[in-house]
Design a protein around this ligand. Structure first.
Ligand SMILES: Nc1ncnc2c1ncn2[C@@H]1O[C@H](COP(=O)(O)OP(=O)(O)O)[C@@H](O)[C@H]1O
Ligand SMILES: [Mg+2]
Length: 265
């Protein structure tokens, strides 16, 4: 199936967020489909967190509509969407083993208890951490903990997974290996991912599409389809070319050099 024929997972129409009279998100329209990996790129302060609060169902927008699958959010009848989250920090409970952390997530899902064990085993093996099933989070490296947190997000049949700079606190070698696996993991599990990053290169390497935002209050500057087939190589010169192309495009609208923007992020 081509992307266009796959069902819509997250659709925002005329989305706006203001704090009092001050607009934080100007106007956002986009539609993310099943199985897509979409990166969100924007200068700091442009409204990304405000947008994420809305699309995770935490805060109603000031204007516009959000649909997750067939359901409109923020109506009296709507239920909170079931999402997976991966944040900068792993947010695992330190007094629970890996397996127990995953079971807590499953208990809040609709996965029947009889399937938990098999599902945990499968997901841990996809993420190459099967041997840590009964380990304490403190015993794991940063990269291993982040793998557990990705496993936890995938486990619960989420409508989509929100990843907010999940690799930014890892050392570069660890980040590389997880980054390299991430697309394969998402393809294997047919996950739909919204991935916020400050790294243009990371966005180019991972994403099918990049929603490039304007300076705040955010609008879509460009809905950019990454023109590279998979599998991709992080060190490929073509990644650098696409990265440079995006840097050229955003320099004027973001109003600062991208290097400066990274420094204040
Ligand atoms: N709770 C809030 N109350 C008032 N202003 C806010 C609040 N949260 C964010 N803002 C303002 O909204 C704008 C967008 O912020 P934010 O969504 O955090 O952007 P980003 O995540 O892209 O850095 C900023 O100008 C910020 O100061
Ligand atoms: Mg933010």
């Amino acid at each position: 199936m081509t992307q266009e024929t796959r069902p819509s997972i997250l659709k925002c129409e005329d989305l706006g967020v203001s704090y009092g009279a001050v607009p934080a998100v100007g106007r956002l329209d986009f539609d993310i489909r099943k199985g897509e990996f979409v990166a969100i790129l924007g200068p700091s302060g442009c409204g990304k967190s405000s947008m994420l609060n809305v699309i995770s169902g935490l805060r109603a927008p000031t204007r516009g509509r959000v649909h997750v699958k067939d359901q409109e959010l923020f109506t009296p009848a709507s239920k909170p969407p079931r999402l997976g989250y991966v944040f900068q920090s792993h947010r695992l409970l330190p007094w629970r083993t890996v397996r127990q952390n995953l079971e807590i997530a499953l208990a809040a899902s609709e996965v029947p208890r009889r399937d938990w064990e098999a599902r945990i085993d499968e997901i841990l093996s996809i993420l190459h951490i099967a041997q840590f099933k009964d380990a304490w989070p403190m015993r794991l490296s940063g990269g291993q903990r982040q793998r557990v947190s990705i496993a936890r997000a995938l486990l619960v049949d989420p409508a989509y997974i929100l990843m907010d700079e999940p690799l930014s606190t890892l050392d570069e070698v660890t980040a590389r290996s997880l980054r390299q696996e991430l697309t394969g993991i998402c393809q294997r599990t047919d996950a739909t991912v919204v991935f916020v990053t400050h790294s243009i290169r990371e966005a180019v390497y991972l994403a099918d599409r990049i929603l490039i935002l304007t300076r705040g209050p955010a609008e879509i500057f460009e809905d950019y389809t990454v023109p590279l087939e998979r599998p991709r190589d992080y060190d490929d010169a073509r990644i650098s070319e696409v990265e440079a192309d995006i840097v050229r495009r955003v320099q004027a609208p973001w109003g600062l050099s991208v290097e400066k923007e990274k420094a204040v992020a």
